[in-house]
Design a protein around this ligand. Structure first.
Ligand code: MSP
Length: 504
C-alpha cells in the first residue's frame, strides 16, 4: 500500500526553529515506521516562498524577495538531515515546475466555473497571509494569532467560490469522521463550515511576488492556494520523467493547529473544484511552548534544537519532543525537562537496559544470544510483551505518536524490572541455574529487539546501533518470541552518556 505523508511547507522569512523541526519529525516518525511495515512511502517537506510574509521580510532587509528566499531556503533544507528526517523530496514553491503546475490547476478551477472577479473588503493579517472572518478578529481589529493590528483591505481580485462547497464539505465530514484528527479539531473545522462558507480571495493584485494568474497576469495567486498546491505539484516532478500522482495521492497531512482552516476547509474544496481526490486524512498538532522558567544547569533557558542536536544527537530531541508533549495537544518543553528525561529515561532506563543485557550476554554466554523460549512472566499482563507490535502499529495508524511511545516505554521498564527480579548475576553463580540464565538472557535480548524495532522510527541512529550490537539485521516488526536467538551480540559504549560526561 502507498503511504504519502507531508509536513506544512515552511515560510522562509524566519530562521528554522523547534516548531518547524517538530512538524517534520512527526511526519518522519510515521514515514520511517510505515517503511518498516513494508509500505510504499513518500515523504514530502519543503518551503513556502511567495506571498506577503516573505515579501515584507525582504523589504525590511532592503533586498529582493528572490535573494531572501535563496538565502533562507537552504537553511530549511539543511535542517532535514540534521534532525534525521528521511524526506523523499524537498519542494520549494519557487521551483519553476511547481509554478507551472499551479497555473495549470488554477486555470482548471477557473475553467470549471469556480472563479469570478469581485471586490474584497475586509480585514487581513499580513503575517498569517489570511483574510479574517468576523470570528477570527481580536479586540481593536487585531490578529488573534499574532497579536498585531489587522490591515483594512479593499481590492479588486479574483474569488474562489468556496460557498459552492458548503454541502460537499458537510457531506465529506459526515462520511469521514476521521478526516481530521484529533476529534476536537474535527469539531472545530466542522463548526467553521456549518457557520456558513463565504467565497475567498484567490488572487492578490498588489503583490508582485508570486505565481501569475494565467488569465490575468497583473495578479498573483493568493499565497495559500499556491502553498497548498505543493502537496500535489511535488508528485509531478519529484522524480524526473515520472508522475507519482497516481501512485501516492491522496496524502496524509501533518500540520499545526494555526493552519487548520486552510487545510481542513479551503484545501478539500479547492481539490474538488480542480477535480482531484480530497486528502486521505490530516492530523493537527499543538504548540510546543517554551516557558523555561527554571534555570537549567547546562543549557540555559531556551531549548535550542541545534544545541541539543550538537551535544546529544538528533535522536534525543526526537524522543523528547514526543515523550514530553502529548502529540495533538499544546505542552511545555524546557532544557530542564530535556535533561530530566535524558538522564532518567534514555540513560538510566533504555541505555542501562541495553548495556546490562549486552554485558551479561558477553560475560555469561561468550557473546552469543542463548536460544530459549519466551518467559510467560514477561509475555502477559498489562505491560507484557505479547501483542506490543500490534498495539503500537494500531496507534501509529492513527498518528498517536505519544501513546505509541508510552506503550513501548512501559515495556522498557518492564524489562528493567525483569532484570531486578531474575537477578541473572546470581543465576550465573549456580551451575544448576544455567538453563534459567539462558532463558532470562534470551528474553532480555528478544525484548530489546522488539522494543528497539518499534523505537527505530523515533530514534533511527540509536536503534540501528542497538540492533547491530544485538546481531539483528532485519528491520521488520515481528512479534516478541519470533526470533529464536543464537546470533552473536557485542558490547556497546553507553548509548546515552551521562550529561556531566558529555559536557566535560
Ligand atoms: N507556510 C505556512 C504553511 C503552508 S502549508 C501548505 C506556514 N508556515 S510556518 O513556517 O509559519 O509554520 C509551519 C508549521 O510550523 C505550522 O504547522 C506551525 O504550526 C508549526 N509551528 C510553528 N511554531 C510552532 C511551535 N512553537 N510548536 C509547534 N509547531 C509550531 O504556516
Amino acid at each position: 500500500m502507498s503511504y504519502y505523508v507531508t509536513t506544512p511547507i515552511y515560510y522562509v522569512n524566519a530562521e528554522p526553529h523547534l516548531g518547524h523541526a517538530y512538524s517534520t519529525i512527526a511526519a518522519d516518525i510515521l514515514a520511517r515506521h510505515m517503511r518498516q511495515r513494508g509500505e510504499d512511502v513518500f515523504f514530502l517537506t519543503g518551503t513556502d516562498e511567495h506571498g506577503e510574509p516573505v515579501a515584507e521580510a525582504a523589504q525590511k532587509l532592503g533586498i529582493e524577495p528572490r535573494e531572501l528566499v535563496d538565502r533562507n531556503a537552504p537553511k530549511f533544507k539543511d535542517l532535514m538531515p540534521k534532525i534525521n528526517a528521511s524526506n523523499d523530496f524537498f519542494i520549494r514553491t519557487t521551483d519553476p515546475e511547481h509554478e507551472a503546475k499551479v497555473q495549470e490547476i488554477v486555470q482548471t478551477v477557473y475553467d470549471n466555473g469556480y472563479v469570478y472577479e469581485g471586490m474584497y473588503e475586509g480585514w487581513y493579517c499580513p503575517r498569517c497571509a489570511d483574510f479574517k472572518t468576523e470570528l477570527e478578529i481580536g479586540p481593536g481589529h487585531t490578529c488573534l494569532i499574532h497579536n498585531i493590528p489587522l490591515e483594512r483591505e479593499r481590492e479588486e481580485n479574483w474569488f474562489f467560490r468556496l460557498s459552492a462547497f458548503q454541502e460537499p464539505l458537510e457531506r465529506l465530514y459526515a462520511e469521514r469522521q476521521d478526516f481530521v484528527q484529533p476529534q476536537a479539531r474535527y469539531n472545530e473545522a466542522l463548526s467553521f463550515i456549518r457557520g456558513g462558507l463565504e467565497d475567498v480571495s484567490l488572487s492578490r493584485p498588489k503583490l508582485a511576488w508570486g505565481v501569475r494568474l494565467p488569465w490575468d497576469p497583473e495578479q498573483v495567486v493568493y499565497v495559500w492556494f499556491d502553498a497548498l498546491l505543493n502537496y500535489v505539484t511535488a508528485l509531478t516532478y519529484a522524480r524526473e520523467g515520472e508522475d507519482l500522482t497516481e501512485r501516492y495521492w491522496p496524502a496524509f497531512h501533518i500540520i499545526g493547529k494555526d493552519i487548520l482552516k486552510f487545510h481542513a476547509v479551503y484545501w478539500p474544496a479547492f481539490l474538488m473544484a480542480a477535480g482531484y481526490e480530497v486528502p486521505k486524512r490530516m492530523f493537527i498538532h499543538g504548540y510546543l511552548l517554551m516557558e523555561g522558567q527554571k534555570m537549567s544547569k547546562s543549557l540555559g533557558n531556551v531549548l535550542d534544537p541545534f544545541e541539543v542536536i550538537e551535544r546529544f544527537g538528533a535522536d534525543t530531541l526526537r524522543y523528547y519532543c514526543f515523550r514530553e508533549v502529548s502529540f495533538g495537544q499544546d505542552g511545555s518543553v524546557s532544557p530542564a525537562g530535556f535533561e530530566a528525561r535524558y538522564d532518567s529515561e534514555l540513560a538510566n532506563e533504555y541505555g542501562n537496559l541495553a548495556s546490562r543485557t549486552l554485558a551479561m550476554i558477553d560475560r555469561y554466554c561468550d557473546g552469543r544470544v542463548p536460544e530459549a523460549e519466551p518467559d510467560p512472566e514477561l509475555v502477559g499482563g498489562a505491560d507484557g510483551l505479547a501483542g506490543l507490535e500490534a498495539k503500537v502499529c494500531g496507534l501509529l495508524d492513527r498518528a498517536e505518536l505519544t501513546q505509541a511511545l508510552e506503550e513501548i516505554w512501559k515495556r522498557v521498564r518492564r524489562l528493567n524490572r525483569y532484570v531486578e527480579e531474575t537477578r541473572p548475576w546470581d543465576l550465573a553463580k549456580d551451575d544448576a541455574q544455567s538453563k534459567r540464565l539462558d532463558q532470562v538472557l534470551y528474553n532480555l535480548a528478544e525484548g530489546l529487539r522488539v522494543t528497539t524495532l518499534l523505537l527505530l522510527a523515533y530514534m533511527p541512529e540509536t536503534g540501528d546501533r542497538m540492533l547491530a550490537a544485538l546481531g539483528v539485521e532485519a528491520r521488520d516488526i515481528e512479534p516478541f518470541g519470533s526470533h529464536g536467538g543464537g546470533q552473536i551480540a557485542e558490547r556497546l559504549p553507553p548509548l546515552f552518556p551521562k550529561i556531566e560526561t558529555a559536557a566535560a
